[in-house]
Design a protein around this ligand. Structure first.
Ligand SMILES: CC(C)(COP(=O)(O)OP(=O)(O)OC[C@H]1O[C@@H](n2cnc3c(N)ncnc32)[C@H](O)[C@@H]1OP(=O)(O)O)[C@@H](O)C(=O)NCCC(=O)NCCS
Length: 144
């Protein structure tokens, strides 16, 4: 598997993966294009056999980053791709001087919560009934 900087021309591919997930951000193509235009955005994708199979998006400044989106295509989950995308991004940002990464996750999203726990994120607070399905949002953070 290869992890590399995603290119604006891949926006439509990333949108397809994002759309196919139950818990991802469901960004439109315009959202993706807007994210690629952000100078403080860090977007990496994972490729397997020439196919994009996952991505991670973080954005931040002054040492504080937020993980905005992360997904692995449904047929490629549980192969360590999400973990590798996450750890690679954290290592990269730490090397750039980042001190803190935060994120928000649906309390029902067991797979993502377990992934973040494995990568060393801890619960900072809860936003009760934050999502449209009535689920809480967990705010997680990791000091790099
Ligand atoms: C969350 C997601 C990115 C995980 O990607 P993945 O490539 O399957 O994860 P990995 O194979 O790297 O797993 C790493 C760890 O995550 C946890 N994990 C992953 N999937 C899990 C599941 N279905 N149930 C429980 N734990 C799970 C485990 O701790 C796993 O470590 P282990 O293999 O040693 O048990 C993927 O399920 C996904 O795309 N989900 C939909 C989008 C989403 O929820 N994004 C996060 C929004 S906040």
């Amino acid at each position: 598997m290869i992890i590399s900087l995603a290119q604006p021309a891949q926006a439509a591919l990333l949108e397809q993966i994002d759309k196919s997930q139950s818990f991802s951000a469901h960004w439109t193509l315009q959202d993706w294009q807007g994210e690629f235009a952000q100078p403080t955005s860090y977007i990496q994708c994972a490729q397997e056999g020439g196919q994009v199979v996952g991505f991670i998006v973080l954005r931040g400044a002054a040492g504080q980053y937020e993980l905005l989106n992360l997904a692995v295509c449904p047929q490629c989950t549980r192969q360590g791709i999400g973990y590798r995308l996450l750890v690679q991004a954290l290592d990269h940002l730490a090397a750039q001087g980042a001190q803190e990464v935060t994120l928000e996750v649906n309390a029902n999203n067991v797979a993502a919560i377990e992934l973040y726990k494995k990568a060393g994120f801890v619960k900072r607070s809860v936003r009760a009934r934050f999502y449209s399905d009535g689920a809480d949002a967990l705010l997680l953070g990791k000091t790099l």
